[in-house]
Ligand binder design. Sequence first.
Ligand code: SF4
Length: 473
Amino acid sequence: MKVRVHKFKSLATQALEDQRLQDTLQRIGETFRSRREAGFSVVQDPEKLRQNAREVKERALSQLPQLLDLLEKQVVAAGGRVYRARNAREANAMVVAIAQRHGVSSVVKGKSMITEEIAVNTALEKHGIQVWETDLGEFIIQLAGEPPSHIIGPALHKNKKEIALLFAQELNIPYTENAQDLTMAAREALRNRFLKADMGITGANMAVAETGSIVLVENEGNIRFCTTLPRIHIAVMGIEKVVQGIEDMVTLLEVLARSATGQQLSVYTSIITGPRHEGELDGPEEFHLILLDNGRSNILTDPELREILYCIRCGACLNVCPVYLKAGGHSYGWVYSGPMGSVLSPLLLPHGLARQLPFASTLCGACKEVCPVKIDLPRLLLNLRARFEQEKAGPPQRLLPALYSQAALHPTLFRLSTAALRRPSSFLHLMDKKGVSVGRFFSPWAKGRVFPRMKEPFSSRWPDLAQELRRKT
Ligand code: SF4
């Protein structure tokens, strides 16, 4: 997937001019918000549930190396194989190597953001291996040659007419806008691909260290096919997705579907422990789990930003974000969009590439209110903004705070410097009032703002003020 995170402003401007997209985005926001509210309305204490979910993630991340070791041990004990990939290149090389070792020519895939993150389809296709997306939304955008626009609804930006036209062209069926007919056409096309595929690739919503299981949630049943029909199943999972035990898994499941689609539980929840065992009817001959780092260990060592690793990819923050609901997912230029994407993309992509994204927020706090693991997204966005501003600052902007802090620590120096700066500040103030901004040469922020005139310091005014006070009392 082409990375265009540095083009947020221009892509968002285009999106704002697309009235069809604007109507769709408005509908998405309203629908998801009301579904989420309905999902949580039956929970006795939603705040406690969210707090519990947060604590599950906090606990897991505080002992991540141990949990990953335990997970590996248990997956191997269950007959699976585990690999650790430091980056996307390594993960893709592992997937391709497994596929080539088994002479795989066709792969079916379940929806997973992490495989989008590493662009596994491109890696496999380069080696002549066909990859078929099987989630309906992913299937649609694969036919259209587009990236996903929402974490849980990759084709939400497309309306029925567009899908009807696409299916008529690509699947060679009569034009129809009937949703059931369109779904049946996709089902028909996918059925054969499932039967022919040698390998299934999925992500993992989480993994349970104590049992060596991965957990996958979905509503369409396509992931069940991907993980049971082909001979080989590869799951690619971010290292932050591991939790300790079954109880922790249940807590996260309780908030995941509710936050994503408003369901109490997704239609299918698969808990997969190793490949097919003797006596079992379904399942692959081989199960491979790739644990991907790709920058996550670095995020974990950052005390101010590590919280983003709690994210369970429910998409709730996107559905309430006034910027996402105007700009749409494609404007964010990569896999992750909305508030979580504006934090995660700058941390996962090469330094500075996604520096526009943390500024794509009104900081209204709606994302924090709905996040099932209570991630303080506005705080993270502000932190990233400050870091990028600091890097962007020229020598004058960096020098001034340093000089000020020295002056503030030494009263005599403070008095002398404020006395010396009083005249220049009056000059800048006057110039700004006349519309001739000098400050804009140092920072665009100064444009349109009036430089404040420095007053006589309080310490010099105090004797007169004290005298006046004494006279009055
Ligand atoms: S940041 Fe929170 S609300 Fe947003 S996708 Fe992640 S878990 Fe969901």
